[in-house]
Design a protein around this ligand. Structure first.
Ligand SMILES: Cc1cc2nc3c(=O)[nH]c(=O)nc-3n(C[C@H](O)[C@H](O)[C@H](O)COP(=O)(O)OP(=O)(O)OC[C@H]3O[C@@H](n4cnc5c(N)ncnc54)[C@H](O)[C@@H]3O)c2cc1C
Ligand SMILES: *[C@@H]1O[C@H](CO)[C@@H](O)[C@H](O)[C@H]1NC(C)=O
Ligand SMILES: *[C@@H]1O[C@H](CO)[C@@H](O)[C@H](O)[C@H]1NC(C)=O
Ligand SMILES: *[C@@H]1O[C@H](CO)[C@@H](O)[C@H](O)[C@H]1NC(C)=O
Ligand SMILES: *[C@@H]1O[C@H](CO)[C@@H](O)[C@H](O)[C@H]1NC(C)=O
Ligand SMILES: *[C@@H]1O[C@H](CO)[C@@H](O)[C@H](O)[C@H]1NC(C)=O
Ligand SMILES: *[C@@H]1O[C@H](CO)[C@@H](O)[C@H](O)[C@H]1NC(C)=O
Ligand SMILES: *[C@@H]1O[C@H](CO)[C@@H](O)[C@H](O)[C@H]1NC(C)=O
Ligand SMILES: *[C@@H]1O[C@H](CO)[C@@H](O)[C@H](O)[C@H]1NC(C)=O
Length: 597
């Protein structure tokens, strides 16, 4: 049934016909072995790996447009222009009012284009701690999620790449922990802010007890201060769209990608009495293209890769979720699975900035149109200069509360172990404020949150935006801990490296003068999310009374349905979340292959 379509496609393939379809009418079939919902960070990995076997057919349905030709998705320095709400490449979500942040409603950024968030994110490449993954193994009862067993998937995903300026990287990373043949390019910064960088390194020498230098924060032992790594190669963003859907892979006759196709729900449910253990099967997914609805059918599996917001929304739209909540919206329950959309965990970031007596800051570009245009022209000409990096910083630190901290009387240590961080400190030669002048920031994040939130439906319209409650700083522990973290940023800035020659000027906010209560209030009023949401279709042990998927990523109680994206990660790691998403997808693809071999 699929074979004739294959022949036609192979023919077009030789003509260089691109098989990322813009129009549903061009799609050769609506019947595939696998239908993947969402061509995002994880979805493209799965599509790419499954179609390595030429005998299986795969359709990817992506709601957004192509990443091709989107300059801001290519030029690292311009990433904010593609990620912000109101661009054609954003889902334009907002959160519910966050009581832990004085009722603030945040824009909640999600990529709405091929590659998903990997096409618009900040490109920071951070894997997390060994203990994060060992905790996943413990929480799922599957050693396959442990650091040691996941480590080969980090290498498989990664292609370590020389930075754009080809500077000597010795002493800036550990080659022994990096992959060299994978689809995603990773490198250290390719443009030097040398005055700032030298002061960072000098601080690690002056205050080594609190801020030791760490050669490679991606070794599984992240604590300390190290050179930041980015998913950037040769001055360009590397995403799941550029890395896993290369022109060669796109030409595979067994792979089709349809853009502008937004999935509403799973359809064509059957309940087989012959299989009492996994009685429910959905044969198709319904999607909207333009104003019409279509159904694509999967004979082997439907794989949800719509991300930590899209995936629980589709499950809930399909009647898989908390029965009471579904009843309230008039959605018939197919399977009562109360954990769907629950257990959101996310990081909270709070900036700490100072004016500096120097013009070697990112403001020298963002506040000078001549320099900005020169920098862009340089990128355009030779993929060099400051536009080869995002402005997220040259280094980061991964830090802990003291073991004796009184905060542990409020709540037991939420971090997965003594070698895992409570805090991230982003070290940037810039500030986000539009204030004229030159600034640096030591942005602090609480990365082992106690707080949990949820993604729920706002209505029974499957295309309406869901309610996103991050539970942001809803735990008192998280707010108090972040306040302690900010004190660490002040301590970092107290090193002679910043002060011996009058480099460091006034802080933009006089945090040092605040009482503890004022500092906690400041944290609640001046923090924002990291866009690192996970957990909304969390893994749990087979047979557990909670959780959404088994450790093999199959949805509990349903046959032929898997979730492969950030939703399955049970607790946010002490890291930005694209690397964990990539390894979930790489292992997930192997688990699918094992089922059908
Ligand atoms: C602004 C921003 C900055 C970030 N910075 C970093 C960073 O610097 N480093 C880092 O490691 N992580 C970062 N992250 C987080 C990281 O990018 C994400 O955790 C990760 O990419 C999530 O991958 P995913 O596959 O789960 O989801 P996504 O990549 O979001 O993929 C989901 C895909 O499904 C599509 N989709 C959703 N719903 C539907 C539907 N109903 N029908 C069809 N398609 C649908 C979406 O359009 C999208 O393409 C950032 C995130 C954001 C938003
Ligand atoms: C977000 O808003 C922009 C600007 O209005 C629009 O182009 C884009 O399509 C919107 N995204 C979605 C998913 O509707
Ligand atoms: C998880 O860790 C707890 C506490 O150390 C231990 O009791 C339990 O047996 C572990 N579970 C698994 C499945 O490893
Ligand atoms: C599959 O579901 C769609 C949407 O609900 C419906 O229109 C179609 O008739 C169903 N097909 C079969 C074979 O059940
Ligand atoms: C959330 O995850 C934890 C394990 O991390 C689990 O104990 C708890 O039951 C989960 N809650 C829900 C609502 O799924
Ligand atoms: C930076 O400041 C120096 C003097 O301190 C000046 O000579 C130089 O032109 C400035 N450069 C930029 C890019 O503003
Ligand atoms: C702006 O940039 C140009 C080009 O680099 C430089 O000559 C000029 O001095 C800069 N202006 C200021 C105010 O720094
Ligand atoms: C970028 O380079 C191309 C040629 O490679 C040129 O056509 C274009 O005008 C350049 N854009 C800018 C802004 O310099
Ligand atoms: C931990 O204690 C040491 C020594 O008292 C102090 O220097 C450091 O700042 C403390 N760290 C935190 C996170 O409170």
């Amino acid at each position: 049934m699929f074979a004739p379509a294959l022949t036609i496609l192979a023919f077009f393939g030789t003509l260089g016909f691109c098989k990322v379809y813009e129009n549903v009418a061009d799609l050769p079939s609506l019947q595939y072995d696998f239908v993947i919902v969402g061509g995002g960070t994880a979805g493209n990995v799965v599509a790419s790996r499954l179609t390595e076997d030429s005998s299986v057919s795969v359709l990817v349905l992506e709601a957004g447009p192509s990443n091709q030709g989107v300059l801001a998705a290519q030029v690292p320095f311009l990433s904010i222009e593609v990620s912000d709400t109101g661009t054609p490449y954003s889902w334009n979500y907002t959160t519910t009012p966050q009581t832990g942040a004085d009722g603030h409603v945040f824009d909640y950024l999600r990529g709405y284009l091929l590659g998903g968030c990997s096409s618009h994110n900040g490109m920071a490449y951070t894997r997390g701690a060994e203990a994060d993954f060992d905790r996943y193994a413990n929480l799922t009862g599957d050693e396959g999620w442990s650091w040691n067993q996941i480590f080969p998937y980090f290498l498989k995903n990664e292609k370590w790449t020389a930075p754009a300026d080809n500077h000597n990287t010795q002493g800036q990373y550990n080659p022994a922990v990096h992959g060299t043949d994978g689809p995603i390019s990773v490198s250290v910064s390719g443009f030097s802010w040398s005055e700032f960088e030298q002061r960072v390194i000098q601080t690690t020498k002056e205050l080594p007890d609190d801020f030791p230098f760490n050669l490679d924060m991606n070794s599984g032992k992240p604590l300390g201060i190290g050179w930041f790594q980015y998913t950037i190669g040769h001055g360009e963003r590397s995403s799941s769209a550029t890395g896993y859907l290369t022109p060669e892979i796109i030409q595979r006759p067994n792979l089709d990608v349809l853009l502008h196709a937004q999935v509403s729900k799973l359809v064509n449910v059957t309940q087989s009495r012959a299989l009492p253990i996994e009685p429910i099967t959905f044969q198709g997914v319904q999607f909207r293209y333009g104003t019409s609805l279509f159904v694509a059918k999967a004979s082997k599996e439907i794989i949800l890769s719509a991300g930590a917001i899209g995936t629980p929304q589709i499950l809930l739209n399909s009647g898989i979720g908390d029965r009471t909540a579904l009843n309230a919206l008039g959605i018939p329950t197919v399977l009562n699975l109360p954990s769907v959309g629950k257990n959101v965990s996310e990081h909270a970031y709070s900036g700490v900035s100072w004016a500096v007596n120097s013009n070697q800051t990112v403001e020298s570009i963002t506040q000078n149109i001549t320099r900005y245009n020169e920098a862009f022209a340089e990128w355009n000409r030779s993929h060099t200069g400051p536009f080869v990096d995002p402005s997220a910083g040259t280094h980061a630190g991964w830090l802990r509360l003291n073991a004796s901290s009184p905060l542990f009387k409020i709540h037991p240590d939420p971090s997965p172990g003594p070698d895992a961080p409570h805090f991230e400190m982003l070290l940037q030669p810039s500030a986000f404020a539009g204030t004229p002048g030159h600034f640096i920031s030591f942005t602090m994040a609480m990365v082992s949150p106690v707080s949990r939130g949820s993604v729920t439906l706002s209505s029974n319209d499957p295309f309406a935006a869901p309610l996103i409650d991050l539970g942001f700083l809803s735990s008192e522990f998280d707010a108090l801990a972040l306040a302690e973290g900010i004190k660490l940023a002040l301590k970092f800035a107290s090193a002679p490296a910043w002060n011996h020659d009058g480099y460091l000027g006034a802080p933009t906010v006089d945090i040092a003068a605040m009482t503890p209560a004022e500092l906690t209030a400041h944290v609640r009023a001046n923090s924002g999310p990291g866009y690192h949401i996970v957990g909304t279709a969390g893994m749990s042990p087979r047979g557990a009374q909670y959780g959404v998927v088994d450790p093999d990523l199959k949805v509990k109680g349903i046959a032929g349905l898997r979730v492969i994206d950030a939703s399955v990660v049970p607790i946010v790691p002490g890291a930005h979340t694209q690397a964990v998403t990539y390894v979930v997808a790489e292992r997930g693809a192997d688990l699918v292959k094992q089922t059908w071999n």
